[in-house]
Design a protein around this ligand. Sequence first.
Ligand SMILES: *Cc1c(COP(=O)(O)O)cnc(C)c1O
Length: 959
Amino acid sequence: MNRTIKQLEYGESFIERHIGPSAEQRQQMLEIIGAKSLDELTQFIVPADIQLPHPPATGDAQTEHQALAELKAIAEQNQRYKSYIGMGYNAVLTPPVILRNMLENPGWYTAYTPYQPEVSQGRLEALLNFQQMTQDLTGLDLASASLLDEATAAAEAMAMAKRASKLKLANSFFVAEDVHPQTIDVVKTRAEAFGFNVIVGPASHVLNHSDLFGALVQLTGTTGELHDDSALLQQLKQRGVITCMAADIMSLVLLESPATMGADVVFGSSQRFGVPMGYGGPHAAFFACRDEFKRSMPGRIIGVSKDAAGNTALRMAMQTREQHIRREKANSNICTSQVLLANIAGFYAVYHGPTGLKRIAQRIHRLTDILAAGLQQKGLTLRHQSWFDTLCVEIADKAAVLTRALSFGVNLRADLDGAVGISLDETTTVDDLNTLFDILCGDHADIDIDVLDRQCITQSQSIPAALLRQTPILTHPVFNSYHSETEMMRYMHRLERKDLALNQAMIPLGSCTMKLNAAAEMIPITWPEFAELHPFCPPEQATGYQILLGQLSQWLAQITGYDAVCMQPNSGAQGEYAGLLTIRRYHESRGQGNRHICLIPSSAHGTNPASAQMAGMSVVVVDCDKQGNVDLQDLRAKAQQSGDELSCIMVTYPSTHGVYEETIREVCNIVHQFGGQVYLDGANMNAQVGITTPGYIGADVSHLNLHKTFSIPHGGGGPGMGPIGVKKHLAPFVPGHSVVQLEGVITHQGAVSAAPFGSASILPISWMYIHMMGAEGLKMASQVAILNANYIARRLKDAYPVLYYGVDGLVAHECILDIRPLKEECGITEMDIAKRLIDYGFHAPTMSFPVAGTLMVEPTESESKVELDRFIDAMLAIRSEIRRVHSGEWPLDDNPLVNAPHVQGELVHEWNHPYSRDLAVFPSQAVFHNKYWPTVKRLDDVYGDRNLFCSCVPVGEYR
Ligand SMILES: *Cc1c(COP(=O)(O)O)cnc(C)c1O
């Protein structure tokens, strides 16, 4: 690569840091595959009719320091006002011990969703803490391991209420009018697709409605009023209506648990437990319900089970509810959720403990009382008599007060009629109170805070006695043991060491694109200029974000060949849902609202049918042929049968089978011919960037998993971002937002996420990635991803048959190894190989997706030849082990494969296996030098689901 003198400033090119194999190694690998160059390899593999004539114009590659400097200048255009806007978002003091050891630690943020529990016990324990915390604060029996945000949690609660309610004919969902507006917005969007009727009104009117299957109230209303809805909830329950309650997590420390009041479902945001606002996200929603609804619950649930040795071990429970198995009958489409953020919130509770949390919550409430007393003393009127941390202050000349606030660098809530809202938080100080008095009561308000404080302490009635918490919280030892920084640091490290993340070894999960999450990409997300902004702050304070969003959207439009990008969806599956709604609204706008059939090839990811169902579509499955390609004849037949009811197809490209289907353009043409739209699932964009684009192929809309192709780390199961790209004709129909006016789109369309730009604060990661790679590096990344996958396929094909090839005996960016013949031959399964890989120090490939009995390997471009060889050697060594089982040397029920993974504990016991301890745990030289020790043996899935237990385990039960 020839660089100008200017380009050589600020250090070395990032491209070669991101790409694993060196130029020389790439040449060696190309030779083995039989191609002269990366370009020639691309020519062989990618169908000629979809190869781009010109690469997308995403600019020149920047070095790490150049890009950081440029982004810093952009970040500085954001203005850091102090926001008292509230509405579910509050400023926080992230404990530095958590910031450094978790949020900034690749041992935590580069892990994958814990599908392989034996290498995930650390984050599973952290998530179990989050669930226990949720159970304690809500008072309910069962909690999930995070949802995407408070508003989508509300939509999930509504959908669950419909599933769980025995009133099968009821079709209405009531929402109290003082639920946060963005929550109402997202609930309405979801209800419209399902055909539910949403009634918004005063909570006291709920009993007037007879058609309800569920009702939603908010414990502390959006303007701050506290509600004791016990009587109402009891009556609703008597009628069989499912009662849902949104709750502020900090208020729950002081307020009685919603379960005591009679709520069946409780949810909210855990953001203010240590997670910065970040202009809207990412944050984890908590979600809890009564035990009887466990089969209807959305999202992941961590459960306690046993391992093969009978020891306590954790795993994801009841996965059969999820979309991978249930498809369009799944409870929700949630795949990636918010694990990293849930863990931060859980650790915030661990670090502060019940006493610390109470101190924080009481202090916030005490400051609010003082503020209220001072304002009243000066003759101002408060709209409500009760509050936790939020006051609604009646103001005649609102504009003047808001302008004054701005001159003090302060944001108040501005969207209320004749009033302003003020929400205090754990960062609020006495000085801040003085500023607020100055803003609201005029300069030198002359208020003696100490006097007010003394009055408030003895006389406060702002929390009605009936609402004060009596039930204890966080009594489990985990919340009462780690309050010194040393203990906390070690606890987090102890959990981290149980897990296998990218800082230990490659994670070759097919369809997941576990590439490098570079340090330079990660650094900006904790810059206060990005982290501290409130999502509903005045837009002129977020100029930096607008520049970031604008540039990133433009680049992504270039990379996808689309005309517009919508940044709202905060996961891939949310992107699917948003994209399908966009298609639905487009058809409706043309008077074709009857188009409701969504064609989905049988090989599709489970989120596709689950999202189609959520968008109110009917799924029709299209067959695949023996080579794994969409069967064109079947497609044509089904498109024709659907007639004027055809809405769209959802197709993944390259296919989930890991090949570039030659007929993709024809697939698009057929669907268009019958009046349908083409949704192209962008999860496999890592094999397209710079080579082809969904737009060029002929698709109309796609989501991008920024947490796959565009370097956002997977966080152990989230955060993610799933923006959608659309062609011009669909652009007016992408999601809007009820609180923030979005530019360039028709904003009447309902929102799909709580925040207008989804998880905005992690977008700098993808911005950095694209900018540091430049057009040249991005294309090369795709090419090397293809190279690495073909190198593995070529070297493993004699040991494990590769299930699907494209035309030239080559694969795309991943390959499927067929384990079924081995299973038939000698009884060893894909599961045994996956678990044995742990002994060799590797995370397993994707198991049994998209084909049962297979392993799908995706190395990504970031893995070096050394690491690929180490993986290949491990797979070949395992193949020889299988031979020894086949030959009868080792019995099928006692060999290193079926007994894998091996843990330290069993080495010190009597050893009576037909293979050595040495072979068990040090099967290769590489392992000897860098051993990853799993802490549990293989999980017992059946036991876990039969004996569902989803709370923290009493300490004595751990052996
Ligand atoms: C990962 C993936 C999804 C879902 O993305 P999430 O961000 O996990 O919701 C959808 N389709 C395919 C093919 C995927 O690999």
